[in-house]
Write a protein that binds this ligand. Structure first.
Ligand code: SF4
Length: 364
């Protein structure tokens, strides 16, 4: 299998952010050993191949593991990391130490994804994050000292009470960090989170759009390429692993809450931590129908600025995009939402903002 990747989910976090609805639990030492044991079982259960292109350790907060547990995790993954080109781990500011960073480097990890979210100390406190802007700057120095040249930072916008002026300050501060990659997220208030219980007011669609436009304009001006709807990178720093998802390629997933996509089937590992560590997790499998495949192909590829190759569409989907959607393409091109060249199809800036509409127009 070529171009495949591995996602490893580490669900432990030192504290729980008020807006979080990911699969996560508060870090407790007692869970780590049985969890790592189950990860090992997952590796053989899913028959994870050894010539992977990418590994991505996400969470949760993988960096919340203690030094020796991290080392055990990296040892476990070592046989799978031999040919890996991009090896990423997610980290948060407060749990990063130079010792851990050097350990990561020694196991070939060459990309860090750092959860910053905002540089406003007051907002960080409101979100229940435990770092400050001062700590961000200090840890960035450590990251560089440890030799990481490829790292990404996360930015959340649409925070409660946040104005465009606040976001401008965040952007200016984040740009000073010189990160080759910036991921942006709009805050969504999910049911069951503290944010929802405390009735945080979400930004309106218009406010979100104005913030997104500000981010797009600012980051483009500074040389970042928006290669995917929410992801910005310096040229050459696009994430290989994330592109596997958007290009509908094979990836394995191990760990509680992880999903994988193999041979046209998507699976999800569910069931809660107690079941997982007992080896009783539930694996739900979703077989993708041809109709779903077409919709997913279009939806995922059109998130990317590069869109897709007409030849790739024909090879994977089995018919000609231009012939099948002739009328719809004409409408979308005339509306300024889609561009079709001799080789490629991609959404315009406005089309990217209206992707659901673009895809539905094509397939309905
Ligand atoms: S660090 Fe990430 S996974 Fe953990 S609680 Fe916060 S948002 Fe959720």
């Amino acid at each position: 299998m070529i171009n495949s990747g591995l996602y490893v989910h580490i669900p432990f976090c030192g504290t729980i952010c008020h807006y979080c609805d990911f699969v996560k639990v508060i870090y407790q030492k007692k869970w780590i050993k049985p969890y790592l044991k189950e990860l090992k079982r997952d590796l053989s259960f899913f028959n994870v191949e050894k010539d992977l292109n990418t590994i991505y350790i996400g969470g949760g907060t993988p960096s919340s593991l203690h030094y020796y547990d991290l080392r055990q995790l990296f040892e476990l993954l070592k046989p799978y990391a031999m040919k890996v080109k991009e090896y990423t781990i997610e980290a948060n500011i407060e749990s990063l130490t130079l010792k851990k960073l050097e350990l990561m480097r020694s196991y070939g990890i060459n990309r860090l994804s750092v959860g910053i979210q905002t540089t406003s100390d007051a907002m960080l406190e409101k979100l229940n994050r435990r770092h400050t802007y001062k700590m961000i700057k200090e840890k960035m120095r450590l990251i560089k000292k440890a030799g990481f040249t490829n790292f990404s930072v996360d930015l959340i916008y649409g925070l409660p009470g946040q104005t465009l002026a606040d976001l401008k300050i965040d952007l200016a501060n984040i740009l000073k960090l010189n990160a080759p990659y910036i991921s942006t997220y709009s805050l969504t208030i999910e049911e069951g989170t503290i944010a929802s219980i405390n009735k945080w007011k979400a930004a309106t669609d218009e406010e979100m759009r104005a913030m997104y436009d500000l981010i797009l304009e600012t980051l483009r001006e500074k040389g970042y390429i928006r290669y995917e709807v929410s992801n910005f990178a310096w040229p050459g720093y696009e994430s290989m692993h994330n592109k596997l998802y958007w290009e509908n390629k094979t990836y394995f997933g191990i760990g509680l809450g992880a999903s994988g996509y193999i041979n046209g089937k998507r699976y999800l590992i569910e069931g809660g931590l107690t079941r997982y560590v007992k080896g009783e997790s539930i694996i739900s499998v979703d077989e993708i129908t041809p109709e779903q495949y077409i919709e997913e192909y279009l939806m995922l590829h059109l998130r990317l600025a590069q869109g897709f190759l007409l030849s790739d569409f024909k090879k994977k989907v089995g018919f000609s995009f231009l012939e099948k959607y002739k009328e719809q393409i004409k409408t979308l091109v005339e509306s300024g939402l889609l561009v079709v060249t001799r080789e490629r199809v991609f959404a315009t800036d406005e089309g990217i903002m209206l992707l659901d509409h673009v895809v539905l127009t094509l397939i309905m």
